[in-house]
Design a protein around this ligand. Structure first.
Ligand code: SUD
Ligand code: ADP
Length: 273
C-alpha cells in the first residue's frame, strides 16, 4: 500500500496557558498542505523481520525512533500484526513547523488499519495518533479544523481555501519544537481566532498572528525578512507555520505564487491549497 503523507500549515497560533503535564494549551487553525512524502507499507516477506528503509531528506535520530516504526509498534501492542516492510521517501523539510513527521505517523496508522483490516474508527485512530505526538491526530481528519489544548482537540471550522495559491519558504533552520515553546510566555489571544478566521482572508493580516514569531524572529531575522518579501510580492496573508522555520504566503486570486529572489539554499514549495 502506497500513501502520500502531507504537511500542514498553522493559520494563527496562540499559546494560551501552561498545562500541568508540561505541555502548553494552544489555539490554532490547522490546514492540510499538499506537500507530501511517500510511504509504502507492505507485509514483510515470509521469514523476515519488520524493516524501515529511508530515501530522500536524511532524518535525524535512530531508525527505531522514526515515527513510522513507532506507529507500527503502538498498534502491534494491541493487535496481532505480522512483520511489515516500510519504505519512507522523505520530501517535507524536518523541523520546519510543517508537521511532516506527524503526518508520516498518522498515515502509517491509517495504512496499517486498512492493510490489516483492523476496523479502527477515525476516533480510535485519533486516540493512537495523540500518543505519538500533539500534532499527529490532526492528520487523521486532515481537513481544516480549529485545534485546542495540546493541539489534539478539534472543532470544525468553516473555511474553504481550496485552490488558493500558496508559497512556502524553508530557510533551512531546524528549530526544535520544544526549544521554541520554551521561549514563549503563554497569554490570552488578542483576537478570537474563530471569529477572525471567518472574516475575508485579506483581513487576517491585522487579526491573526503566530506567538512563535515574536519569540523567534529577533534571534532568526531571516524569518521576518522572508515574511516581508512575501507581503512585498503581493501575499494577502503571510506567517511563520507552527514553531518554524517555514514561512508561507497566501495569494488568493492568483494562478501561481510569484517568484521571489531568495538565497539558493532555501527550499520552496509553490502550489495551491
Ligand atoms: C508547534 C506545533 C503547532 O502545530 O507544530 P510544529 O511547529 O511542531 O510543526 C505543535 O504544537 C507541535 O506539535 P508536535 O511537534 O507534535 O509536538 P510534540 O512532539 O507533542 O511535543 C514536542 C515538545 O513541544 C512542546 N509542546 C508541544 C505541544 C504543545 N501543545 N505544548 C508543548 O509544550 C513540549 O515541550 C514537547 O515536549
Ligand atoms: N518520519 C519522520 N519524519 C520526520 N521527522 C521525524 C520522523 N520520525 C521522527 N522524526 C523526528 O521528528 C522531529 C521533526 O518532526 P517534524 O514533524 O518533521 O517537524 P516539526 O515538528 O517542525 O513539524 C525530528 O526531530 C525527527 O528526528
Amino acid at each position: 500500500m502506497l500513501v502520500f503523507p502531507n504537511a500542514k500549515l498553522n493559520l494563527g497560533l496562540y499559546i494560551t496557558s501552561q498545562r500541568p503535564d508540561g505541555f502548553r494549551n494552544l489555539e490554532s487553525v490547522f490546514v492540510p498542505l499538499p506537500w507530501t512524502d511517500a510511504l509504502e507499507v507492505l507485509p514483510a516477506f515470509m521469514g523476515t523481520e519488520t524493516s524501515l528503509t529511508l530515501t530522500g531528506i536524511p532524518i535525524p535520530g535512530e531508525l527505531a525512533t522514526n515515527l513510522c516504526l513507532r506507529a507500527y509498534e503502538l498498534l502491534k501492542a494491541d493487535f496481532d500484526l505480522p512483520p511489515v516492510q516500510l519504505h519512507l521517501h522523505k520530501v517535507v523539510p524536518i523541523g520546519a513547523g510543517l508537521g511532516g513527521g506527524s503526518g508520516d505517523a498518522a498515515f502509517a496508522l491509517r495504512a496499517l488499519n486498512d492493510l490489516f483490516v483492523l476496523g479502527l474508527t477515525p476516533a480510535a485512530l485519533e486516540g493512537y495518533a495523540r500518543r505519538l505526538g500533539s500534532d499527529c491526530a490532526f492528520f487523521i481528519r486532515n481537513k481544516p479544523v480549529l485545534a485546542y489544548e495540546r493541539g489534539d482537540v478539534f472543532e470544525d471550522v468553516t473555511l474553504d481555501l481550496t485552490g488558493v495559491a500558496c508559497k512556502v519558504v524553508y530557510p533551512g533552520l531546524h528549530i526544535s519544537t520544544a526549544e521554541a515553546y520554551s521561549r514563549v510566555q503563554p497569554r490570552t489571544p488578542r483576537h478570537e481566532l474563530r471569529t477572525a478566521i471567518s472574516q475575508p482572508l485579506e483581513t487576517w493580516r491585522d487579526t491573526i498572528s503566530n506567538d512563535f514569531e515574536e519569540a523567534l524572529m529577533p534571534q532568526y531575522p531571516v524569518l521576518g525578512e522572508i515574511k516581508a518579501q512575501l507581503y512585498a510580492a503581493g501575499a494577502a496573508y503571510a506567517s511563520l507555520s507552527g514553531s518554524g522555520s517555514a514561512v508561507y504566503g497566501l495569494f488568493p486570486g492568483q494562478e501561481t505564487p510569484p517568484k521571489l529572489e531568495l538565497a539558493q539554499e532555501y527550499q520552496v514549495w509553490d502550489g495551491r491549497l
